[in-house]
Design a protein around this ligand. Structure first.
Ligand code: SAM
Ligand code: CA
Length: 242
């Protein structure tokens, strides 16, 4: 697990880096991330830092990574499962062309509405279709409908970890061949390597087995190529190949 020094500014929003050195993580943020962070993202990050559940937000370095990745793959049609106040959503909206689209789903609209004024002010709200409610029935509907098969360039999954494999079963049909699914938090606070008797926070322990199962299933799935990166809390990129 990462050390938990007192001097890291990222601690303000409760973020723990997976890096062994908080100083090194702080170096990344201060040298390469914060100086290049767009004003809207900074504003949303600071608003979110005051939220009692701020631990859930995407970190600034991961936001920068997602933004770059989406530009590299020329993403236009994307989906996000798990929006919270919208930091990763904003990073995505900023990367897409003006006619780009994001289907964004969350069971909680109130948190989305905290970030929405920032997204609107940045002139990006027209790219977003927000759906309030559990994502799984929406995906089932899309699969049944048929016209959404193979239509997504990028899908970011950052919601209920006990459903990731259920999402994967559906998303593999909705993403384009050559497109990407990004599963977030696949290193789950470093707990994936914690010995069984390690004291863990209750929610970390609860979801740990699901995250371990997901990691195994993705590694064994011949329909995708994968790349797991220690950015944020770990993100596994899956490129659909068949
Ligand atoms: N990507 C977000 C960001 O950048 O701030 C963080 C998402 S947060 C870690 C997880 C979100 O998933 C929460 O806002 C929660 O309400 C949402 N969620 C939980 N279960 C869900 C479900 N079944 N369907 C859709 N969203 C869900
Ligand atoms: Ca996350």
């Amino acid at each position: 697990m990462a050390s938990n020094g007192e001097n890291g500014r990222h601690q303000e929003v409760g973020h723990k880096s997976l890096l062994q050195s908080d100083a090194l993580y702080q170096f990344i943020l201060e040298t390469s991330v914060y100086p290049r962070e767009p004003e809207a993202m900074k504003e949303l990050r600071e608003i979110t830092a005051k939220h009692p559940w701020n631990l859930m937000t995407t970190s600034a370095d991961e936001g920068q990574f997602l933004n770059m990745l989406l530009k590299l793959i020329n993403a236009k049609n994307t989906m996000e499962i798990g929006v919270f106040t919208g930091y990763s959503l904003l990073a995505t909206a900023m990367a897409l062309p003006d006619d780009g689209k994001i289907l964004a789903m969350d069971i909680n609209r109130d948190n989305y509405e905290i970030g929405l004024p920032v997204i609107e002010k940045a002139g990006l709200a027209h790219k977003i279709e927000f759906r309030e409610g559990p994502a799984l029935p929406v995906l089932d509907q899309m699969i049944e409908d048929g016209k959404y098969h193979g239509t997504y360039d990028f899908i970011f999954v950052d919601a209920d970890k006990d459903n990731y494999l259920n999402y994967h079963k559906r998303l593999i049909n909705l993403v384009k061949v050559g497109g990407l699914i990004g599963y977030d938090n696949t290193l789950w606070n470093g707990s994936v390597v914690a010995p069984p008797d390690t004291p863990l926070r209750k929610y970390v322990r609860y979801y740990r087995d699901f995250v371990l199962e997901l990691n195994k299933a993705l590694a064994a799935d011949s329909r995708i190529e994968i790349c797991q990166l220690p950015v944020g809390d770990g993100i596994t990129l899956c490129r659909r190949i068949s």
